[in-house]
Design a protein around this ligand. Structure first.
Ligand code: AMP
Ligand code: ZN
Ligand code: FE
Ligand code: FE
Length: 275
């Protein structure tokens, strides 16, 4: 019924923002949010079309964290906000610098010069590791994007390079300042035990966190309910998102939000009514 987490060709998705609106319409979704990695460049195309969907402008920011993966969604943001814009420019530079280092390693590995253009394959948006994984598939180095991550791109592997990231405090403040809601994305990837997770959420709430993405394809029923209950207990908004990337993420379709046992309309109303 709704889906508040997805990527377009402006980052590592394979559908344009306009295509995403069309797909949402064909699936009868009521609302979608575009949440590209570290960029808001796709939001004007996303918002400025006449589809009758509720379109929520968003972004997904990668944050510093010494355990697993820590991603924060900014939803209902004003993409014209100056602070947000300048932060996006900074994050793009961090990403481009990291990508250059990956291209260097890849060039060394393949014994030929690999450039941005080789990886982009016509994509005008910001590049990420999924594009590199696809390049590996195209060149028969691996059989799938997943294998590309497992063998080369995940932390500790030959083509993994750290990217400079924001601190949670800074990102939450920037989203708030841009009129948005900050939501902890796919919390299972933090890799925390239940008790430390709750303590972590309490500390984020003090910094201004607004919500938790309780429902997503990475959460089974039990996990989703754990995150949902934690959200309610700490007066945070529970949300749901598929993290749809088109063909760049195998097996996930728009709308695959894994909402279990909760009325979806009530869930959507919570976020729409706060804004
Ligand atoms: P980046 O922001 O460039 O570091 O790339 C992160 C993106 O890579 C995530 O949003 C996922 O879409 C994708 N990703 C991360 N790990 C995996 C994996 N094991 N298999 C497939 N895609 C992955
Ligand atoms: Zn991604
Ligand atoms: Fe993410
Ligand atoms: Fe995502």
């Amino acid at each position: 019924m709704f889906d508040l987490h997805m990527h377009s060709t402006f980052s590592d998705g394979t559908e344009t923002p306009l295509d995403l609106c069309e797909i949402a319409k064909s699936k009868n979704l009521k609302a979608i949010a575009l949440t590209d990695h570290d960029t808001t460049d796709g939001l004007s195309e996303f918002l400025n079309n006449d589809s009758i969907l509720i379109k929520i402008p968003g972004v997904e920011i990668s944050l510093n964290f010494d355990r697993g993966t820590f991603h924060l969604l900014g939803l209902c943001i004003d993409q014209e906000n100056w602070d947000l814009k300048s932060t996006m420019e900074k994050l793009k530079i961090y990403r481009r610098n990291r990508n250059k280092l990956i291209f260097d390693r890849l060039s060394e590995m393949l014994n030929r010069n690999i450039t941005h253009a080789d990886i982009a394959g016509g994509n005008a948006g910001e590049l990420g590791r999924p594009h590199i994984a696809k390049f590996l598939v195209k060149n028969n180095i691996v059989g799938s994007v997943e294998e590309g991550f497992e063998k080369y791109l995940k932390k500790g592997k030959e083509l993994y390079v750290e990217k400079k990231r924001l601190e949670a405090e800074e990102a939450i403040a920037i989203i708030k300042n841009a009129g948005g809601l900050s939501v902890l994305a796919h919390p299972v990837t933090l890799g925390l035990e239940n008790k430390s997770f709750e303590e972590f959420v309490i500390s984020l709430k003090r910094l201004g966190l607004d919500g938790i993405e309780a429902f997503c394809p990475l959460h089974d029923r039990n996990r989703a309910h754990f995150f949902y209950e934690i959200a309610l207990k700490h007066d945070l908004i529970p949300t749901a998102g598929s993290d749809y990337h088109g063909d760049n993420k195998e097996g996930i379709q728009m709308g695959d939000t894994n909402v279990f046992d909760v009325d979806e309309k009530a869930l959507l109303d919570k976020i729409i009514h706060v804004k």
